[in-house]
Design a protein around this ligand. Structure first.
Ligand code: SIN
Length: 282
């Protein structure tokens, strides 16, 4: 099977060279790719792809059922499985995708009962510089905690709430009606990855609003500590995009943050699919 996998960071992330996803890959290639994804802690970038929306969707479906994002105004017309992340506007001057997408640390769709397994983000147009995506390993963040802290947080439950994310948006956050379609849910603060059996922190500043078992001030203090801990530079891989990269991350053991530093440097236009996951369990 003719593709190579090169680590981009020892903590998480590898690039895949020599794989063409525009036609169906074999089950053996898929299995090798999935193993590389797990081995590199849930982040792969497949370089040099030329994908139509149909091909992007077909490849994504090899990993499971796809989600339709509740913030429906940014879905690609005719392809509800594709959520657009974009600073471009259409002929009517309307945003083609969410221009403020991902500018906070989060795990995609953690506010659902069955949070997302994976996201596949495809770069169609990039600014001349800037617009990187940072990803942090929630395995590494969990592993680095003391045994005492691990013991303390393992029985705790986080509330994940789509509306909570609005504090990070100026214009393009979810509406109250969209948030009502996805009422807040509870997940364990530490989850066990169903494929690797490893434990990972499962909280994120975007959507985790509080910890059920604690008072508000205790919850605020613990979340502030965990968010700062989880996003320490030593747990982070920063992806510098190349045109036609397909970045593929595991929302069960990573969180990510788009860096909105590229105003005046050109458009950033991407298509994202999101694969439905399973309920999070300790
Ligand atoms: C996202 O949060 O899915 C978008 C990330 C990005 O734009 O880099």
């Amino acid at each position: 099977m003719g593709f190579t996998v090169n680590a981009l960071s020892p903590v998480l992330g590898a690039e895949v060279i020599g794989l063409d996803l525009s036609s169906s890959i074999s089950d053996a290639e898929l299995s090798r790719l999935n193993q590389a994804w797990l081995d590199h802690n849930g982040v792969l970038v497949v370089r040099d792809q030329s994908l139509t929306p149909e091909q992007h969707i077909a490849f994504s479906k090899r990993f499971g059922e796809l989600e339709q994002h509740v913030v429906g105004q940014f879905l690609l017309k005719g392809y509800p499985e594709i959520y657009r992340v974009s600073t471009k506007v259409d002929d009517d001057g309307k945003p083609m995708g969410n221009p403020e997408s991902g500018r906070y640390w989060h795990s995609d769709l953690s506010y659902l009962e069955r949070p997302s397994k994976a996201s596949l983000l495809y770069a169609l147009e990039l600014p001349e510089s800037g617009g990187d995506t940072m990803l942090a390993s929630m395995y590494a963040a969990y592993d680095a905690l003391s045994d005492t802290m691990k013991g303390m947080i393992e029985g705790l439950t986080g509330v994940h709430d789509l509306y909570h994310v609005n504090k990070f948006f100026e214009t393009s956050g979810p509406s109250a009606a969209q948030a009502e379609l996805t009422p807040p849910v509870e997940h364990p603060v530490v989850r066990t990855h169903p494929e690797t059996g490893r434990k990972a922190l499962f909280i994120n500043p975007g959507f985790t609003s509080r910890i059920v078992e604690l008072s508000k001030s205790e919850s605020d203090a613990l979340l502030e500590f965990l968010f700062a801990h989880a996003t320490k530079p030593e747990f982070v891989y920063r992806h510098r995009w190349r045109l036609h990269d397909l970045l593929f991350w595991d929302n069960r053991c990573t969180i990510h943050h788009a860096v909105h530093d590229f105003a005046g440097s050109g458009f950033r236009h991407m298509h994202r699919t999101t694969v439905l996951g399973e309920a999070a369990v300790l």
